[in-house]
Design a protein around this ligand. Structure first.
Ligand SMILES: [Zn+2]
Length: 335
């Protein structure tokens, strides 16, 4: 994620680094992220494990209902307890006690670790040994106060859905492909028997990798109720009729979120081909998807190439072909 962070990274960049780029072995990080965003604690507030446990456990229980695999390890005592609660074998009080005892062992320490080390900013301080909980930092309340904060819960949920879908399918990673349904803008995949499985909203899955901005003009996007975000084909959909391009245009590699003005406003893009410097931006965005690990990584690699060079030449080839058909290019009018 090193190149995802700018020179002076914003708090959202750090947060998205945690959620979008970790090499996950369990879903606890997503559950904790969602729990914090739901609880909205204030700076300096002590959250006891017993305060966090009910929402944390409820998030896991909800996900277990559709995705029984929530970790790559073979067994987890905590997950078994959540499962037992789902099946009415234990009561809520037992679930909460068990969550306090077992649920946070591998997540509170690991939350701020991305790649090989901890990130520089912390959203809480671990005070489990002194106070049985975590202390919320200024960084977390500043994060909540930012324009982007309403998007973060959707992004965490979408990333969680993608990761658990990859675990659940348990098929060779090379065969996992995430597709977009262009009528609903929902991502789906096919299971072993080629049955379609819904995953998550394309908007929610893509937004974080664009840092919550319109791909073209960098206006803030709100994905809450899809307020101002269109899912746009960077290479316009009409290129589907060019034989060398065809169905490739529907791949996730070609989908970006655009503000409504850029996509279809006055001087909007509509079905024009974006300029060459926007192609560079697409290439960077796609590299972020690759670095997010499964399942978008496998999807992007199968669509655009294994090595960085392969992917660049893929994009350039499509670009040259498109230009030979469209002749003109488009850029947003920036004020
Ligand atoms: Zn825009």
């Amino acid at each position: 994620m090193s190149d995802f962070l700018t020179k002076e990274p914003s708090l959202e960049e750090y947060w998205r680094g945690i959620i979008l780029f970790g090499r996950n072995v369990a879903s606890y990080k997503f559950a904790l992220a969602k729990t914090l965003l739901e609880l909205k604690p204030e700076s300096g507030q002590l959250l006891k494990l017993s305060d966090i446990a009910p929402i944390f456990a409820s998030n896991i229980v909800q996900h277990l209902k559709h995705s029984p695999k929530q970790t790559t390890s073979l067994s987890s005592k905590f997950l078994k307890t959540c499962q037992a609660f789902s099946e009415n074998e234990i009561d809520h009080q037992t679930l909460i006690e068990s969550t306090v005892r077992l649920g946070f062992n591998n997540v509170i320490d690991a939350f701020h670790i991305v790649g090989s080390g901890e990130i520089n900013r912390k959203f809480y301080i671990d005070e489990r040994s002194a106070n049985d909980g975590i202390r919320i930092t200024d960084e977390f309340s500043m994060l909540l106060g930012n324009k982007q904060s309403s998007n973060l819960i959707f992004e965490a949920e979408a990333r969680w859905r993608l990761v658990e879908t990859a675990w659940e399918l348990n098929i060779s990673r090379n065969l996992i492909a995430i597709n977009n349904d262009s009528s609903t803008n929902e991502l789906f995949t096919l299971d072993k028997s080629k049955k379609r499985k819904a995953v998550t909203s394309s908007r929610h899955a893509l937004n974080g990798y664009q840092k919550g901005k319109c791909f073209y003009c960098d206006t803030d996007i709100s994905i809450q109720e899809n307020l101002n975000a269109d899912v746009d084909h960077f290479f316009p959909h009409k290129l589907k009729f060019v034989p060398e391009i065809g169905d490739l245009v529907d791949g996730i590699w070609n989908l970006v979120l655009s503000c409504i003005d850029c996509n279809r406003g006055f001087n909007g893009k509509f079905d024009k081909l974006p300029s060459l410097n926007l192609l560079v931006k697409l290439s960077n965005r796609n590299e972020y998807l690759i670095k997010s690990h499964h399942p978008l990584r496998e999807t992007l690699i199968s669509q655009t190439g294994t090595l960085h060079e392969d992917r660049s030449s893929f994009l350039n080839k499509i670009y040259q072909k498109s230009l030979s058909v469209t002749f003109h290019t488009w850029e947003p009018k920036l004020n």
